[in-house]
Design a protein around this ligand. Sequence first.
Ligand code: GAL
Length: 644
Amino acid sequence: MTNRTLGVCYYPEHWPQEMWAADAAEMVETGLTWVRIGEFAWSRIEAEPGTLTWDWLDDAVETLGAAGLKVIMGTPTATPPRWMLDKHPDMLAYDAEGRRRGFGSRRHYCFSHEGYREESRRITTLMAERYGANPHVQAWQTDNEYDCHDTAISYSPSARLAFQDWLAQRYQSTDAMNRAWGNVFWSMDYDGFDQVGLPNLTVTEPNPAHILAFRRFSSDQVVLFNKVQCDAIRKHSDAPIVHNFMGRITSFDHYDVSRDLDIASWDSYPLGFLMDRNDAPEDFKSRYLRQGDPDFQAFHHDLYRTCGSLRAGEAPENGRLWVMEQQPGPVNWAPWNPAPLPGMARLWAWEAFAHGAEAVCYFRWRQAPMAQEQMHAGLKRPDNAPAPALSEAAQVAAEIAQMPKAGTIRAQVALIFDFDSAYAWEAQPQGRDFDYFHLVYETYRALRASGLSVDILPADRRDYTGYTLIFAPGLLHLGTSRMAALASSGAQVVLGPRAGTRDTEMTMPTPLGPNILGLDATIAFTESLPPAHPIALENGGSIWKWFEALEGNADVIEATTDGRPAMVAFGALHYLAGWADPEALVRIVRQMAAKAGLDTLDLPEGLRVRDTATHRFWINYGAEPSMFEGRTIGAADVLWEPLA
Ligand code: GAL
């Protein structure tokens, strides 16, 4: 059982010191517990190389702490000061077009630049030495949002050198690499690792195996950068270390980064995310304009709760999850920036708690009157008057006091989300709307629309026992140990589409996929289809975007209206031979849940449920009240009921 708490992101360096004490008092009065500071303050800590100015930060920590707040100290490495570029002129990242990125905003560094990694270790060590034993500093945040502004993948000269080194370690010889990648194709063989470039600016598409290797390498660079900071902090502090991940990011492996963290957090901007997405239909965006997509936040809570379990080797339901930044009002960065419906700043927090969050911190305390984020709301306006979310935060705090403890339970349903599959899909898409995240996310939506609570899991677990239903869509590389773990889980398992159709190096296996234990089915050929050309299913809904023609004698569970198999099974192992549209997906989810002995709900549009150890939470993303089985859940409202 963990405590539910609220917090806020604060930038003392943006405000006169005379305001700090009143701000701190008001935070406490609002019912906030945590305050995150420091993550962009490098130029005020070290105005010139080696000249450190701590007194203002000491005062800020003391003022906030004395008021009763717990400080989350952010390392400032997302914003290296201008002098850093004079010291390390080659530290900047390069985009895929080969353009060097510039100074004047943030995240202007390449993860592969060793000099900058050392600077990052140095400043982190200095901060940890100074505040590691400070009783007010009760958590640390590493950097800020790895990959924000597309910064995890860099095509810089430093990246190229580091990639060559990474390849040499992985393959040991260019012969082995040539064989693994199939470089005989188009005479791409190498005879020295120093010949290998980055997979950009090639005349036409690079070898997908080359892209996949580069994506794995790029992910490892993020892991290493983060680990350097974690190691530096742990030398001087016992406080938990957290990173604030973002939503919908597949450019690095969040599980791998999380293995060095005590807590996984993410930054939840429901309206910004919805407006920013190009995979959501316009009528859907209009319906949820002021509430956000009813499944997007939950998906990330479930993903990051698992991330927060990895370092301690805990069960997924016991993972340590925070929301480090919670949208309070309009943001500044989406194509349109609507204001949330009254109640949403409260709903989003309670939904996070229902998914196991220990803390939800609003971003930011007061709207900044200067610079890039002037148009981004806070809990307070730039003139220090309260903004609408302040009273909602206070309401949540008062409600938490009534129900302070949160207990999660293992979900019955597991959904596998695998970053390596995302890289592989992106390396060789075979269709314009091929998007692994989207496929997994649509499966999640169908599960949630059926009232099921879900744990999102990595693909490398050896043991899936405890789950009764497992979905693993799009797992491109299956392999014998993954297959064995799934087959011995005791759960009903649904794999596909595209499962087991590449080995770990992106080569097609023989026998051809899906290679599911005991299942007599082989993918004879595949086709990708424009969404306007669905293939209707006998039982309703369609397969769209991707269809696999199966041969073999496996039991057919779903067939197309022209009599071809679309889903086959061997015992509890099922294979879906295409991308099911939302209607078919919901139907298949409910049928599989029934087979697994799980009850489902046919929830009205916009209404969601989430079960904790003690309560069922009803969360209404609708702009109108929702009626279900005798209860009414108000617009943008949350209701909780004790579980029988
Ligand atoms: C996040 C970032 C914050 C702030 C916020 C604005 O991505 O971590 O520093 O920029 O967005 O919504």
